[in-house]
Design a protein around this ligand. Structure first.
Ligand code: NAD
Length: 498
């Protein structure tokens, strides 16, 4: 059995805890590797290593740090196929979708090449007589990222690329369900010229996370995962004096106005609802047609498309989506579908009984479509994270706007319409962090920022874009006066420049 250890001090090391977790091949249901779960002492050793390496990295000129990122981007492109196959074999998403996962992380590494520009700070010449005032952005020191299973390439890169380009050392605690790509990313960073100790990967579970959250040498923690854990990480990190930005779960709505192109809206729902088996924080899981006539038209277009979805092995180039990540995830999603039926929603397409011939132990299910879901049902209120789309019929536009506004999650939302006025009103009033107008998955590009509202995001700064540089640096402001005068008289009044 293949074992996966940790990446510490510039090389892979075996785990020493004796505790492991299984890494599955979701298409076959077989365990393909065992990943080590780090002890407190192993995490502390990684932190010590990072703390020792970090000052020299911070003192390396920013352009040289950026060049490591340039080379890393090159290596990602050269190794794209190998990385995508590896990712797909542990996660279960299709290979083209795995390439998208890598590409969206690569773009943040590209953004990080420009970090020297964003770290420049501010300068005021002559803020007072003979006085200059300037601010600079400095690295925090050792920072950490705790990431989820569903984007094992993209989200680690969202975290470590800006942090490292800013001069920090990084401890990555990736998901124990698909750890191989994060380990490969660390190897590629070394190949790109990163000094040993600046990027460490410790595999593990709660014990590793709790060590990261409480160790005084860690200055900042970036987390992505489910909301309860996000809130726990946020509160624990803050209680231990750390910066934290923690992103959680989602229930993304797509409003379909009566004037929308129904074919276009239905296609958008198919891709955004069922792509990656619905295991995306920006997946659309609720469709909200406005008015009964719109709902009927939408269902007419949507149902045959859901029935025609092609579930396949993650390596099948023709599959629309592959298996879920684990048996536990599959059971949970199916249980939600059972709940929906019990709650009285109309299960129009039922994918629960789907099995893949020859791969009966794989974690597959077909697409499910519910109609007449209401806002008091659990399948509406909770994140299902599977290939299940719920249709909630809104009686009018105001009713439709109220749904995402009142929902506890606020990650993404979309409106499909031909009416600019409706779209404009919607984007202005909606209480959600990322909004699409005729775009079902409005994931902002690397040089903008990504973050949800309400229980989808804890903390005040978003991921990537300019916020990532603010998050991973601290501001130092210097007031300087040359050449003399200071020693003449003591000044007892607070200095003002007036
Ligand atoms: P998860 O919360 O189970 O795990 C996330 C990370 O936390 C993993 O590294 C895991 O090892 C660790 N962890 C799990 N339980 C823990 C505990 N009790 N104490 C400390 N650490 C713990 O999430 P997941 O299932 O890997 O990912 C799916 C979730 O992530 C979904 O809710 C999805 O919406 C969310 N997500 C959000 C975003 C976003 O940007 N908002 C992006 C991707 C995924």
């Amino acid at each position: 059995m293949r074992t996966i250890g940790h990446f510490i001090g510039g090389k892979t090391v075996d785990g020493g805890s004796g505790r492991t977790a299984p890494v599955y091949n979701p298409s076959t249901g077989e365990v393909q590797a065992e990943v080590a779960l780090a002890t407190k002492a192993e995490v502390e050793a990684a932190i010590a290593n990072a703390a020792e390496a970090q000052p020299a990295w911070a003192a390396t000129n920013p352009q040289r740090r950026a060049r490591v990122m340039m080379k890393f981007v090159d290596l990602l492109n050269q190794n794209m196929d190998e990385l995508a196959n590896l990712l797909s074999s542990e996660h279960g998403k299709t290979v083209p979708d795995a390439k998208g996962d890598i590409q969206r992380g690569l773009e943040v590494a590209e953004f990080a090449i420009g970090v020297p520009h964003l770290m420049k700070g501010e300068f005021t010449d002559g803020a007072g007589p003979g006085i200059d005032m300037y601010s600079m952005r400095q690295a925090l020191g050792v920072v950490a990222g705790i990431t989820p299973f569903n984007f094992p390439a993209m989200i680690p890169m969202w975290k470590f690329a800006p942090a490292i380009a800013c001069g920090n050392a990084f401890i990555l605690k990736p998901s124990e369900r698909d750890p191989s790509v994060p380990m490969r990313l660390a190897e590629l960073m070394m190949e790109a010229g990163l000094p040993a100790g600046i990027l460490n990967v410790v595999n593990g579970d709660k014990e590793a996370v709790d060590t990261v959250l409480t160790d005084r040498r860690i200055q900042a923690v970036g987390f992505v995962g489910s909301s309860d854990i996000a809130q726990y990480v946020y509160a624990t990190a803050a209680a231990h004096g750390k910066r934290a930005q923690c992103f959680g779960g989602a229930k993304n709505h797509m409003i379909v106005m009566p004037d929308a192109d129904m074919e276009q809206a239905a296609n958008a729902l198919i891709g955004a609802g069922y792509g990656s088996a619905g295991e995306r924080c920006m997946a659309v899981s609720v469709a909200v047609p406005v008015g009964e006539a719109t709902a009927d038209k939408l269902m007419e277009t949507l149902v045959p498309k859901v029935q025609a979805l092609k579930v396949g092995l993650s390596s099948d180039p023709d599959a629309d989506f592959g298996p879920l990540v684990t048996k536990a995830a599959l059971d949970k999603v199916k249980a939600y579908v059972d709940t929906g039926v019990q709650e009285g929603a109309e299960l129009v397409v039922d994918g629960r009984d789907f099995t893949m011939q020859g791969y009966e132990n794989g974690f597959f299910m077909g697409g499910c479509l519910f109609d007449r879901v209401t806002s008091d049902m659990r399948i509406y209120k909770e994140e299902i994270f599977g290939p299940v789309l719920s249709v909630v019929r809104a009686k009018d536009y105001e009713d439709a706007v109220r749904l995402p506004n009142d929902h506890e999650y606020g990650n993404g939302v979309a409106i499909f319409t031909r009416d600019g006025d409706a779209a404009r009103d919607f984007t202005s009033r909606i209480n959600v962090g990322m909004v699409g107008v005729n775009v079902p998955i409005p994931v902002p590009l690397a040089y903008h920022t990504f973050g949800g509202w309400k229980r989808s995001g804890f903390g005040d700064m978003n991921q990537h874009g300019p916020d990532s540089v603010r998050f991973y640096t601290k501001t130092k402001t210097v007031t300087s006066r040359w050449p003399s005068g200071i020693k003449d008289n003591a000044e007892f009044v607070i200095p003002t420049m007036g």
